[in-house]
Design a protein around this ligand. Structure first.
Ligand SMILES: Cc1cc2nc3c(=O)[nH]c(=O)nc-3n(C[C@H](O)[C@H](O)[C@H](O)COP(=O)(O)O)c2cc1C
Length: 204
């Protein structure tokens, strides 16, 4: 019989729930989300409440918190523009990703702060990170209010995907050969994980 510490989330304060959740659901992929503000300011920030939701249609979800004085810039921009790009975070952009997570004023271009080059997406009015191995151009599919979380879940549908053509595919499929991607995953707080050994286990 295992010996567990037992928690009832409803009886915990928000900080403790956050500490538990973000060290239990690990490792989390990072959606590095880039948008334009209403005034044209470019914005990019990382989000690890981020996941694949569906392939058909191709949906991703990102849960964005609110500050005391209102929504984070990413959420405000997504609400006004209805679009965003997700940029794959590889190890060589870990430092820039971290720089871009600062609490900067809406008029600050976080590409400049983080020393990143940007390019305009093809189909939507959003910038993306030049050098990111994969970029998805997304339109908002649904916004889901998560109550007094205070987080808002944005579900985006990818309408165009850019994959660095140097990344090999597996055989004649479009699986990206993940041994050639160097993803960074979020653990808790300032702690990250890199991919270690990759194993293949055939399904029963
Ligand atoms: C690796 C990492 C993951 C993060 N994940 C989230 C997240 O899932 N949701 C969130 O609201 N903030 C998250 N943050 C914090 C935001 O990046 C931060 O609040 C940022 O300033 C938001 O920028 P914005 O105001 O330009 O949107 C994360 C930060 C880091 C470094």
């Amino acid at each position: 019989m295992s010996d567990y510490d037992v928690f009832d989330p409803a009886a915990l304060d928000g900080r403790t729930r956050y500490q538990l959740l973000t060290s239990i659901v690990v490792p989390r992929p990072i959606g590095w989300i880039s948008t334009y503000g209403e005034d044209g300011t470019a914005n990019v920030a990382p989000f690890s409440y981020y996941s694949a939701l569906s392939a058909s249609p191709l949906l991703v979800g990102v849960s964005i918190g609110h500050r005391r004085d209102g929504p984070k810039d990413t959420l405000a921009n997504i609400r006004t523009g209805g679009v965003f790009c997700t940029n794959f975070v590889s190890q060589d952009q870990l430092e820039a990703m971290n720089q871009s997570s600062g609490d900067y004023a809406p008029e600050v271009d976080e590409f400049e702060v983080a020393g990143l080059e940007r390019q305009d997406a093809d189909l939507i009015d959003a910038p993306f990170v030049v050098g990111a191995p994969v970029v998805m151009e997304c339109r908002v599919y649904k916004e889901v209010d998560l109550g007094d979380a205070p987080n808002t879940l944005i579900i985006g549908e990818a309408v165009r995907i850019h994959v660095d053509s140097r990344i090999p595919r597996v055989g004649d499929t479009q699986f990206l050969d993940t041994t050639h991607l160097d993803p960074v995953a979020r653990l808790w707080g300032p702690t990250y994980a890199m991919l270690g050994e990759q194993v293949q286990i055939p399904r029963p």
